[in-house]
Design a protein around this ligand. Structure first.
Ligand SMILES: [Zn+2]
Length: 210
C-alpha cells in the first residue's frame, strides 16, 4: 500500500511555507509532471524527485543580508524561506552563518591554518565539526599549561590566532601569546573579549577584512 502526504504541509516543512514560495514550488512540481493543478496530495514515492526538482531550481534563504546575497549568487531562483532553519546558507543559526563567512574570508585572504586558544571542550567540538573540513585547526585548551615555546610554535604554525579571553582561558596561558614581541607574530594575533561562537568568528572576519 502506498501512502501520500498533503502537498502544502510537506512544502511548509521543507521551507516553502510562505504563499509566494509555495505557489512557485507548486508550479515547478507541476511542470516536472509530478502533480497536477488542484491536486492536494502527493504519493510518498514521488517526494525524493520533488525535492530534487525544487533544489535544482530554487535557493531558499532567510532575511539576513548575507543569506540573500548567497541566494542571489547561487544561479538558482532565490526564495524567502519559512521556517528560518530551511535557509541553505545559515540554517537559521547565527553560528552557522558566521562559520560560512569565516571560511569564505579565509579563502579570500589565502589563509588555511587557524589557531584558537580558549573555549570549552563542547565549543571546540562544534568548531571542529563546522570548520574542520575547510580549515586546518589547532585548538588549545586554555586551562592547561603552555610554555613560551609552545606558544611561539602555535603562532608560527597558524595564519591567524584567536585568543579568546571571554572563555575558559587562564591568564598564565594567554600571557605566553601576548608576551611574544616579534611583529610578524603579533600581526596574526586577534584578542577576543566577547562570549559566543558567532562573536568569536566575527572578530576573526573583521580582522581579515582590515
Ligand atoms: Zn540565513
Amino acid at each position: 500500500m502506498s501512502s501520500d502526504v498533503a502537498i502544502d504541509a510537506w512544502l511548509a516543512e521543507h521551507g516553502y511555507g510562505l504563499p509566494p514560495a509555495r505557489a512557485l514550488a507548486h508550479a515547478a512540481i507541476e511542470e516536472a509532471g509530478l502533480t497536477r493543478a488542484g491536486k492536494l496530495r502527493i504519493s510518498n514515492e514521488k517526494l525524493p524527485r520533488v525535492l530534487g526538482v525544487l533544489r535544482e531550481r530554487f535557493c531558499l534563504h532567510c532575511s539576513t543580508p548575507e543569506c540573500i546575497g548567497f541566494a542571489r549568487a547561487s544561479g538558482r531562483a532565490p526564495l524567502l524561506c519559512d521556517p528560518k532553519p530551511a535557509c541553505e546558507r545559515c540554517g537559521g543559526s547565527s553560528n552557522r552563518g558566521a562559520e560560512a563567512d569565516l571560511i569564505e574570508a579565509c579563502a579570500k585572504a589565502g589563509m588555511k591554518r587557524l589557531v584558537i586558544i580558549g573555549g570549552s571542550p563542547a565549543v571546540r567540538e562544534e568548531l571542529e565539526g563546522a570548520l574542520g573540513s575547510a580549515l586546518q585547526l589547532r585548538m588549545i585548551d586554555g586551562t592547561e599549561r603552555r610554555t613560551i615555546d609552545n606558544a611561539k610554535a602555535d603562532m608560527q604554525w597558524g595564519d591567524l590566532v584567536l585568543l579568546w579571553g571571554a572563555s575558559e582561558l587562564h591568564h598564565k596561558v594567554s600571557m605566553q601569546y601576548t608576551n611574544l614581541s616579534q611583529p610578524e607574530l603579533k600581526r596574526k594575533l586577534v584578542r577576543v573579549q566577547q562570549r559566543g561562537i558567532a562573536a568569536l568568528l566575527h572578530a576573526a572576519i573583521d580582522h581579515l577584512k582590515r
